[in-house]
Design a protein around this ligand. Sequence first.
Ligand code: GLP
Length: 257
Amino acid sequence: MDIIILKDAREASKEAAKLVAKLVVEKPHAVLGLATGGTPLALYEELVRMHKEEGLSFSKIRSFNLDEYVGLSPDDPASYRHFMDENFFDKIDIDKRNTLVPDGLAKDMPAFCEEYERRIKAAGGIDLQILGIGSDGHIGFNEPASSFNSRTRVKTLAKSTILDNARFFGNDVNKVPLHAISMGIGTILDSRKIILLAFGKAKAEAVASMAEGSVSSSCPATILQFHKSVSIFIDEEAASLLKNRDFYDWVNKHKFC
Ligand code: GLP
């Protein structure tokens, strides 16, 4: 794991955006795995800026989103499809037909989830997966006790996740769906490269467990310790409970390449 600690979310997101842009330039047909939530907003903003000011083109990029709430239609303002259109896809030159977000209204969920996995495979697999992290250590909507081998399926959200995400539903916990379709942990681990972003004090405990704790499905993000190419971009607050902080700074200062 590369643990990169920067002053704030903006700086960290700019660094992460450079990695995304590098891939997009080197491999114009790359397959991106994308995340929603408050965390990746500054990353998307920076990529939009690069598109507008530096000509970074996403025209041949394909993308798969991590998750979607069950029961929300694509035009529901709280849906992840709406989030992606509003904050990223509508602001760049990506072909929207190449942007896949799980269908929260799918009639046959198991069949839909299998098909989603098939489509990821058919696209050649995910080159770069963007992740945030839940305060309980979830990635995607893979809540504690999710199998490390899991594939795309419907998950029941933890109470803490419902509370955390109520801010996207007018602070009404009763409006937050109880279920979501989520790529599995196995699906995420198949990505060739992973970038995880985490900002703020509320993520400090989850970040410390992920990077320095024992691997356990009680904190799903700990499995990222087994992935061969993970870059973790965090701000000072999210880094505040890391024991080996000095070492991570040392490594970044003396990077081999
Ligand atoms: C949500 C999403 C995750 C996201 C996480 C953190 O529930 N399913 O993909 O990483 O929780 O969200 P935020 O970035 O808003 O803190």
